[in-house]
Write a protein that binds this ligand. Structure first.
Ligand code: NAD
Length: 308
């Protein structure tokens, strides 16, 4: 009889709830002992519905853990200078310890100039070149939230990183590159793959830890992954009923019936899961970790500014 092995699912929703609870307790303590509340300032430009949802969720999470939060909404047509002025005010406010500018920005805005205008010690997204540089140098810094969420998940599952072969598929500034650096800083032997990688299967087949962040559904097939590997699927792909395979229609029957759409990652979950030791589901894996780690960064920024 064939034995069907089932990987352990890494439950990002549960881990992120635990982290939020820990933050809320620490904030309560800070309020009680120091009379002090961490504050997050968010700049939201334009009317992009997805960005609005993300910002609302960030604000809701801030409320949950007891932070002060404020969103500055700006018109789609504004200039780089207008954003710089707002950033200057936030940079100099004592009640705001973390600042983020919701991306993407309209095309007329100089994104690099905007991100570089945030004080590095308030840069809770960790996108400022000073924080990026400190990450390269393995110095204390604010690290982008999704990559630090990935490492946090591995650590909370007691998965050893040191000495392991790790492969990072995707080399973006917000996920791939910082994740590869964090894995390296934890002493993994890291391979980084991207769209120009000639033989993806050969490059990842020896990976004990495989992280995938490409936005390409079904990129990682069952035969590409090492037996017993740990698989972290960062991808978020929205698949409508008309684009779904028969297998997906059956697996996500409820989603398609209720919403006509489902979310999947970059990994062919049904084929990969029986081969591996741990895997993150989509949704409910890496996704919820991002906000939790953003809150953690805000608390860290606040404590650094207060020299606690
Ligand atoms: P991006 O578009 O900036 O980068 C995509 C990367 O994938 C690039 O490095 C590209 O070279 C690589 N790539 C594309 N096709 C490939 C192929 N065929 N083979 C190998 N590499 C390939 O994307 P991103 O911002 O890093 O996001 C990646 C995915 O992760 C998206 O689905 C995004 O929605 C998701 N994401 C999730 C979270 C979260 O869970 N909180 C956060 C950020 C991004």
């Amino acid at each position: 009889m064939e034995v069907v092995k089932i990987a352990k699912l890494i439950n990002g929703s549960k881990i992120s709830q635990d982290i939020k609870k820990e933050i809320a307790e620490e904030v309560e303590e800070l309020k009680r002992t120091k009379g002090f509340t961490p504050g997050l300032g968010v700049i939201l430009v334009g009317d992009d519905p997805a960005s609005r949802i993300y910002v609302n969720n960030k604000q809701k999470s801030c409320n949950e853990v007891g932070f002060y939060s404020e969103t500055i909404k700006m018109e789609e047509s504004i200039s780089t200078e207008d954003i710089l002025q707002e950033l200057n005010k936030l940079n100099n406010r004592e009640d705001i310890h973390g600042i983020l500018v919701q991306l993407p920005l309209p095309p007329q805005i100089d994104k690099a100039k905007v991100l570089e205008a945030i004080y590095p010690e308030k840069d809770v997204d960790g996108f400022h070149p000073v924080n990026m540089g400190r990450l390269v140098a393995n110095q204390e810094c604010l690290v982008p939230a999704t990559p630090s969420g990935i490492i946090e998940m591995l650590k909370r599952e007691n998965i050893t990183i040191k000495g392991k072969n790790a492969a990072m598929v995707g080399h973006s500034e917000i996920v791939g590159k910082p994740t590869a650096l964090l894995l390296l800083n934890e002493w993994a032997t890291v391979t980084i793959c991207h769209i120009e990688t000639r033989d993806l299967k050969a490059s990842i087949s020896d990976a004990d830890i495989l992280v995938v962040a490409t936005g390409v559904p079904y990129l990682i097939k069952g035969d590409m992954v090492k037996e017993g590997a740990v698989v972290i699927d960062v991808g978020i792909n929205r698949i409508t009923k008309d684009k779904a395979s028969q297998e997906l229609l059956e697996w996500r029957k409820e989603d398609f019936e209720k919403k006509g759409v489902t979310l999947i990652g970059d990994v062919d979950f049904l084929k990969v899961e029986p081969k591996v030791s741990y895997i993150t589901p989509v949704p409910g894996g890496v996704g919820p970790m991002t906000i939790a780690m953003l809150l953690k960064n805000t608390l860290k920024a606040a404590k650094m500014q207060l020299k606690i």
